[in-house]
Design a protein. Sequence first.
Length: 178
Amino acid sequence: MKLPFFRYHPDPVATGMIEATDEECPRCERKRGFRYTSEPFAEEEIPDLCPWCIADGSAAAEYDAEFTDPGSIGGGGRWDAAPPGVVVEITQRTPGFSGWQQEQWWTHCGDGAAYLGRAGAAELKELPEFATFLRADLNLPETEWNTFKQALDEEGSPTAYVFRCLHCGAYGGYTDAD
């Protein structure tokens, strides 16, 4: 079965937020072969939601749930503001991601950006434009930047969260640590 497409999280399997399962989705009560690996922000715990119930908004509607905190979209005013429809799409119909602290959703060109995943020192070598963005964002002198970037760990702390603008292709995001 082909997964639904998420504009703002185009490969949730690669980011680890969607994985294969034999479990039944608690909302649609179907075994679709995939589940969300996190839980939305809701009054009750809702594990194992299927991607289809996220994509069509039925999980958010039935459980009054959000997959990303709306206040984190745009970094709490740090980046571009996103239109209300984009905020709804990201919070109610897009798988979120897990961070060490409060997750932030990078925005650019007046829109939400596509979440691509975490990055450590090795991944930064493959993403020089993102590395340049991070260094400028952190405002670190070269010596401190070189030390910091070597400490970044895709699966550990500190880590970087990589996004790409859907309009101009620019990379952006932020770093976080436990």
